[in-house]
Design a protein around this ligand. Structure first.
Ligand code: SF4
Ligand code: SF4
Length: 306
């Protein structure tokens, strides 16, 4: 057991109730091999710490411009402008900004430190049937940290869940799977070409890992998560394709969660990243109910929301 294994984490949230059974602590790991157009956690895509700007907090004092060792910041009449090509993500501006308008996202955490954090909520886990959920980002991107954090949880009797895109090398996936009690497994687009277009990677590996999991008798430990993205994943053809795959190749999963799109464009602005979503609207409630009924009619237990 490597208690000193280091993970790069961008958030730890306690008392979560939507990401696995019971009351849970969510551990958000940085780094993801996908880049979905609608990603709700764009601060989880890059594996390294990043700088976010909260413009509404800025009082135009100019401190950040003065302290930046790279001359990457300029105080203009419209606010502080950053040249991200010069920024080395040193975090000095975030340290000195009096209003936390600059914030570094991402910090390192050892397995030992994480376990100390989890121990605080053991009573809640035990009483609610909860535990820890590793999410991100793609948790398997930090396989060494994840493996030892999961082992530590097993040793301490803490229930484990991992939210994954499934885009994970097969050997790593099969090696860590026995340490995971519940999988929150994303399914986005049934067609591999479309999957590659909208997420950056094809879906064959994702399907194969899920099939292998089901083939090892663990379908009942899988909660499928489907983001309902207007005009992209919520189309009749895609829903039909996903139902067909799950019904014919996977079988009786524990549940299907339908996750209606919410606009998070502001996060992209704060990170200085382009936002590619062509719409900012959530799917309408009737359409979500219709999709829910399609899954239920195919024998799945469905929940709207996480
Ligand atoms: S230090 Fe903070 S408050 Fe001052 S100008 Fe920079 S971002 Fe704004
Ligand atoms: S993180 Fe460092 S280099 Fe980047 S803007 Fe802030 S002070 Fe400058």
């Amino acid at each position: 057991m490597d208690w000193d294994a280091q993970g790069t984490v961008f958030d730890v949230q306690r008392f979560a109730v939507h990401d696995g059974p019971g009351i849970r602590t969510l551990v958000f790991l940085k780094g993801c091999p996908l880049s979905c157009w609608w990603c709700q956690n764009p601060e989880g895509i890059s594996p390294i710490p990043e700088l976010m700007h909260f413009e509404f907090r800025c009082m135009r004092c100019g401190t950040c411009q003065e302290v930046c060792p790279q001359d990457a910041l300029e105080l203009t009449q419209g606010g502080v402008v950053i040249d991200r090509t010069q920024c080395t993500r040193c975090g000095v501006c975030a340290h000195y900004c009096p209003t936390t308008a600059w914030q570094m996202v991402g910090f390192t955490l050892s397995v030992k430190e994480l376990m100390q954090e989890l121990e605080k909520d053991r009573l809640y886990y035990d009483q609610s049937g909860g535990g820890v959920t590793f999410t991100g980002g793609e948790p398997f991107m930090q396989a060494h940290f994840l493996q030892h954090a999961l082992k530590a949880c097993k040793e301490l009797g803490i229930h484990t869940a991992v939210e994954t895109s499934g885009f994970v090398p097969k050997d790593i996936f099969s090696q860590l799977a026995p340490l995971i009690d519940v999988f929150l497994y994303d399914q986005k687009l049934a067609d591999s070409q479309q999957h590659a277009y909208f997420t950056g990677v094809p879906n064959e590996l994702i399907k194969e890992n899920l099939k292998a999991l089901a083939g090892s008798g663990r379908a009942s430990d899988v909660i499928i998560r489907i983001p309902l993205i207007p005009g992209i994943t919520d189309t009749p053809r895609n829903i039909e394709g996903l139902i067909s795959f799950l019904k014919n190749d996977i079988g009786s999963v524990r549940r299907v969660d339908l996750l209606p799109f919410h606009d998070v464009g502001e996060k992209y602005v704060r990170l200085g990243k382009p936002y590619r979503m062509p719409t900012h609207e959530s799917p309408d409630a009737d359409h979500v109910e219709h999709i829910k009924a399609l899954f239920e009619n195919s024998g799945f237990t469905v929940k709207v929301g996480g």
